[in-house]
Design a protein around this ligand. Structure first.
Ligand code: NAX
Ligand code: ATP
Ligand code: MG
Length: 410
């Protein structure tokens, strides 16, 4: 195609890319995509993912359907801003990784999640994340928060196990800090290795002493290879201390628009560039050292530094606070399910290879599934409550959304 004359070549390219993005997100494009999918025998580009064969006891795909073939889970949809972005077949991912409700299973096997967050200011965020984990299907959901927040969070729900063990500066004398800090770590460490995934940050606050204690908890979780979703104030913490997640393949960062901007500025030393969005996200993951990042927004765009996938199913036009918290709790559950799914289907000697070399890692699968479920629940909640839709309404629809995709059946 020839280039128009008289204009700056870059301006022309940007205009084309802008049009491309508008087109890629339009209804007409999606309709054509569905049509193309039904016509094409296989995706135009081989999907960068393959599931291992199913031999797992607890994580066999009870809910698989014809559309959930291993190779059909992620498909090239369009090129965004110069780098290939794959639109995830998120429903197929959810079906594949959601464990069956097997009668022989015991408490804990569907997931034990912990949220580290909750302080004087914020009690809603850790509650939203932790209760969402339960509503998606985890068996146990813990919250580690400050003493002030604990009673409040307990009063929201008797389902949550709440540990009032974090401290803020105002409640600790200077000469007590070292001993209090080590007591907190000892207390959390007793529990940590039981968890399949932890979420650090919803409603954590930004108190320096508290953040120091949480840094120690993160280091401990990392040594134990526990997948860690970093959200909210957890992102504030790691943006100022990248060493906490650098080189950790089990770290999942879920920044919103502002958190992403701060991360890009800190790590790449530049501003967010929408023209090269996918490349920038990939580079960001690589610079931090192989973490998985889900950039939240109109589409949730996910990268592990190798592939870029997105979920753009429409959710709701309401942007009430707390939806990111639902997402972090959901991602934690799906990540632990994806990890078990992959691990239970391989020979023990190959487990680490499969986990680390799988071209779309379990963390990415967890992000894809969590994003879809939140969006579906938000859509159903909005249908019912319209402008008055709040986060609690969305949480109430998590169960139905999962049921619609993956029925519990028996
Ligand atoms: N009910 C609750 O308890 C809730 C607590 N939350 C917690 O609140 C804490 C703070 O999270 P926030 O997402 O509010 O984070 P920030 O404190 O970074 O942002 C606060 C708000 O300021 C604005 N802002 C921030 N940076 C900006 C910029 N560069 N340009 C323009 N506007 C900007 C945005 O509107 C943003 O939502 C986190 O711990 C989070 O988990 C939220 O999850 C919402 C719900
Ligand atoms: N412009 C948008 N259009 C459609 N969906 C969006 C848009 N922005 C965000 N979302 C959806 O809302 C979810 C939460 O994203 P959001 O940016 O609100 O997170 P957050 O600011 O961290 O939320 P929280 O208030 O819980 O901290 C995302 O997963 C995304 O699916
Ligand atoms: Mg948030």
């Amino acid at each position: 195609m020839s280039q128009p004359t008289g204009a700056c070549p870059h301006a022309w390219r940007h205009q084309q890319q802008h049009r491309g993005r508008m087109w890629a997100t339009s209804r007409a494009f999606r309709r054509q995509l569905v049509l193309l999918r039904s016509l094409l025998p296989s995706p135009p580009t081989p999907p960068p993912y393959s599931f291992p064969s199913v031999a797992g006891r607890f994580f066999a795909p009870s809910c698989s359907s014809p559309s959930s073939t291993p190779s059909g889970s992620i498909r090239a949809s369009h090129a965004m801003a110069g780098s290939a972005v794959y639109e995830a077949d998120a429903e197929a991912v959810v079906r594949r990784i959601t464990p069956p409700l097997d009668r022989s299973r015991h408490k804990g096997q569907a997931g034990k999640i912990a949220v580290i967050g909750g302080c004087r200011e914020y009690t809603g965020a850790p509650y939203f994340a932790a209760i969402s984990a339960l509503k998606v299907g985890a068996d146990l959901s813990h919250v580690f928060c400050t003493k002030d927040a604990a009673t409040v969070i307990k009063s929201y729900s008797p389902e949550l196990i709440v540990h009032p063990i974090l401290e803020e500066s105002y409640s600790v004398r200077d000469d007590e800090r070292a001993s209090v800090s080590s007591k907190i770590l000892t207390e959390v460490a007793k529990w940590l290795e039981r968890f399949d995934c932890i979420v650090v940050g919803p409603g954590l606050g930004r108190d320096s002493f508290l953040l120091d204690c949480v840094s120690n908890i993160m280091k401990h979780a990392r040594q134990a290879n526990i997948p860690t979703v970093v959200d909210g104030d957890g992102l504030f913490l790691i943006t100022n201390n990248l060493g906490l997640v650098e080189g950790n393949p089990f770290a999942i960062l879920t920044p919103n628009v502002y958190e992403y901007k701060r991360l890009v500025q800190k790590v790449l030393n530049c501003d967010v560039n929408e023209e090269t969005a996918a490349e920038q996200l990939t580079l960001l993951c690589q610079k931090i050292g192989g973490v998985t990042i889900m950039r939240k927004g109109k589409a949730d765009v996910i990268s592990d530094g190798k592939t870029v996938t997105q979920v753009s199913t429409f959710g709701s036009p309401r942007r009430c606070g707390g939806q990111g918290d639902i997402l972090s709790g959901s991602v934690a559950v799906f990540t632990s399910w994806a990890r078990h799914f992959i691990m239970s289907n391989e020979e023990p000697k190959e487990k680490s290879f499969v986990l680390m070399q799988c071209r779309v890692n379990p963390m990415t699968l967890g992000c894809i599934a969590g994003s879809l479920l939140l969006r579906k629940a938000a859509s159903l909640a909005f249908e019912k409550s319209k402008r008055s839709t709040v986060t609690t309404d969305i949480i109430e629809f998590l169960g139905k959304s999962l049921e619609d995709i993956c029925p519990a059946e028996h």
